[in-house]
Write a protein that binds this ligand. Sequence first.
Ligand code: SAH
Ligand code: TRP
Length: 338
Amino acid sequence: MTPVTRTGDIRIESFLSDTDERSLANDVLDGLTRPFKEIPPKHFYDARGSELFERICELPEYYPTRAERAILLARADSIVRRTGAGELVELGSGSAEKARILLGAMSRAGTLRRYVPLDVSESALEAAAQELVEEFDELEVHGVVGDFERHLGHVPAPDGVGRVDGVGGARIIALLGGTIGNFLPGTRRRLLREIGRLLGPRDRLLLGTDLVKNPAVIEAAYDDAEGVTAEFNRNVLHVINRELGADFSPEAFEHIAFFDRRHEWIEMRLRSQRPCTVLVGDLGLRVDFAAGEELRTEISAKFTRPRVEEDFHAAGLELDTWYTDPDELFALSLAARA
Ligand code: SAH
Ligand code: TRP
């Protein structure tokens, strides 16, 4: 049975639990036994990981959050007017800071009805839901604790569908923060296609993508002077230690971030500073790291408008409107089903 909690205007359903542990176990087993080791990024976000990510968003070097927020502040009213949306579905909602801007615009337009955040981080989702219902009287929150690679089928049907007046039916389905860039190109297109299947004729996808720019600017954003990003990166080892009974020494791994110019993505790795053997107790797995051996933990692809359009096309979507900030650091795309 799906655990459901309900208080006032908040309903939260969770689809994680033991399947989630299995997903970490599978990913660690697959990822650490490859010739080139890697771990998928969603495992960064336990409660501590979500907090560290919030701190990353405030760093002077981490421009994407500020740039995307600036676009939303300038354009939220016109996005809402253009779509007529009264419902926001947000995949990877985190602290929902950006959702607040869109919900505010819906409230001003008089269409606001419901917010559907979906995130693997239950702690972040609950806190965001609580703050938002306090801020917007008319708002209902239907949160989904889940993995957007596996649980899109649990996004509730659009609110207001079946009403004679059809009011409030249109939705914005948002994937912000450049999260789409954290997937390799093939997976990225598959995920866009799956998200596209949720879109009705009046619904729109709102996609945030970081743009190609001077590599030094990008590298600084993923390797800040204070070392918050390094801590965030190493947090995945703490998660594996705790959840799977492993014995990584996170301090023995150095944070690496470099811009891969051929693929136009930034890559994050953890480099073992000395030879070591790690035991992953729950999997009965022994993994050797050579001195200097690297574990890939994240890619964050940077986009151009043609690349976004190609990805949409391959995923059965089509660009409707392209918005950027004045410095063209970041872009928001509104897209429809082709
Ligand atoms: N949208 C916010 C947060 C971006 S960080 C912003 O723009 O600032 C990425 C968020 O996506 C985190 O909250 C993380 O918990 C969530 N996330 C990452 N992978 C996920 C997955 N596979 N399924 C659901 N949520 C995921
Ligand atoms: N989606 C964010 C991005 O690509 C996630 C992120 C920011 C991140 N900084 C990070 C992931 C550092 C891993 C390590 O910008």
